[in-house]
Design a protein around this ligand. Structure first.
Ligand code: ADP
Ligand code: MG
Length: 441
């Protein structure tokens, strides 16, 4: 019965939900018409009952061939619980271990010294410097936002490296994914108190890519408490995100407003002078000789993303040393063809819908529907706009892909977004981020 019930549930919830909430539980027994589900701890049971109680009842009833079945929860024997995953212990050590200064994820190569300052990142750079010099005294929290490959991770590491070199402050630097995993594992293994205790002893908490908290209620809740206790204790908090707080619809309001309590600094794509300066600096550091015309070529073709700029340099350097040739403009064109080539043809309308739906946490079916709620209209218009910009599809063709909408609807959407993007830099960043995901998969 339980196997069938599980199969039923598997068909109804996303895999991640299934793995997190259904693999750790089992059916203890069925008595009269009540199924006892064994769970690792009380919190787990409460949560499961609140969110998936009806689904569990439905699943067990169906597996038993009909007839109402209620579910109740019992906490199973601790000893029988799965052992703690060793990576969790590793992470725990990294957070509060004997050498707490250097979390395992810190990248020593990302420093202020090798961060090239230009028009697009001047402000964020200054804000990060101020925080690194005076943690918890300058800006708290510091919230850095900017598109892919513009230096968020680099700056966060630079702060951490700077502080670690000069002070004994305990720093926790982690990605949102790592934080989420810690929360999930703490819930599973009933270690919530340990987790909270660990974070209470941190002097500086840095979380990268906080946009991934979207839709993760339980992690948001835990983060909310961590944030509050650190903030009240005057500890520094630094966060990065690929978008502005108000553009994170699936983050609870109370968290979003906290993100705005301190300073918000943005990273804009580098202007051409900065791109040239970055190329010069990196080629020197890497010992790659770049002729002037190649620098010009790279800095005018790789516009939106410093990671790409860097990647093309590394690739050129590797090619040159492997073939024993000096770098020329022709070689650059040839070696980097796939990075700069026309990407229009390979993108499908489905790709775009998929990326947009993931980004905004809406379902593709809702993008195609006629529902007019605000949380749907905006992503839908953005998807339509991107279909027009990134593919050769006609307006009517795009309309057909959005549940048979009239071509005037598509034209309207493209105008709306096109107009808004000129004045709204956070929309611009969103579009850049989406394009990057769509074009690079
Ligand atoms: P993000 O986290 O915003 O996606 P990263 O911090 O990973 O971006 O940056 C991508 C790459 O570009 C990294 O290798 C980083 O060192 C480099 N980079 C970004 N901005 C600069 C800059 N201003 N000067 C030098 N390197 C930079
Ligand atoms: Mg990053």
């Amino acid at each position: 019965v339980w196997q069938e019930a599980l199969a039923y549930i598997q068909g109804k919830v996303p895999k991640q939900v299934y793995d997190t909430w259904f693999t750790p539980v089992h059916l203890e027994r069925i008595e009269d018409s009540t199924a006892q589900i064994a769970v690792p701890n009380k919190f787990f049971g409460d949560w499961l009952s609140q969110h998936y109680g009806p689904l569990l009842e439905e699943a067990v009833s169906t597996a038993r061939g009909g007839g109402e079945t209620a579910v109740s929860f019992v906490v199973f024997n601790r000893l029988a619980a799965k052992p703690i995953d060793p990576t969790v212990i590793e992470q725990a050590r990294a957070v509060a271990g004997s050498k707490p200064k250097r979390g395992i994820q810190l990248n020593p190569k990302y420093t202020f010294k090798n961060f090239v300052v230009g028009a697009g990142n001047q402000f964020a750079h200054a804000a990060c410097m101020a925080v690194a010099e005076q943690p918890a005294k300058a800006y708290n929290p510091l919230f850095i936002y900017g598109g892919v490959g513009l230096g968020k991770t680099h700056l966060l590491n630079a702060i951490a490296n700077h502080v670690a070199e000069r002070t004994d402050l305990r720093i926790a630097y982690l990605t949102t994914e790592q934080f989420t995993n810690e929360v999930i594992n703490s819930i599973r293994y009933d270690k919530m108190m340990d987790l909270r205790k660990r974070y209470r002893h941190i002097d500086m908490l840095m979380i990268d890519d906080i946009q991934f908290l979207a839709g993760k209620e339980r992690t948001q809740e835990e983060f909310f408490h961590t944030f509050n206790s650190l903030y009240e204790a005057h500890k520094q908090i630094v966060l990065s995100s690929d978008r502005f707080p108000k553009d994170m619809p699936d983050i609870e309001e109370r968290l979003r407003s906290r993100f705005e309590w301190g300073l918000i600094a943005d990273l804009q794509p580098p202007d051409v002078e900065t791109r040239i300066a970055i190329l010069r600096k990196k080629s020197e550091d890497e010992g790659v000789r770049l002729p002037e015309d190649v620098i010009q070529f790279l800095s005018t073709t790789m516009k939106s993303n410093i990671r790409e700029l860097e990647g093309s340099l590394v690739r050129l350097g590797a090619y040159a040393s492997l073939t024993g040739q000096v770098i020329t403009l022709d070689m650059a064109r040839n070696v980097l063809r796939d990075l700069i080539g026309d990407k229009k043809k390979i993108v499908s309308l489905e790709d775009i819908q998929e990326v947009v739906s993931t980004w905004f946490h809406v379902r593709i079916a809702d993008l195609k529907s006629r529902r007019r709620s605000k949380t749907l209209v905006h992503p839908r218009q953005i998807a339509m706009y991107l279909c027009r910009e990134l593919t050769d599809a006609s307006y009517p063709e795009i309309g057909r892909h959005f549940g048979g909408k009239d071509h005037t609807t598509i034209i309207h959407a493209c105008r709306q977004i096109g107009k808004a993007r000129d004045t709204d830099s956070s929309l611009q960043a969103t579009l850049d981020g989406l394009k990057d995901k769509i074009l690079r998969g």
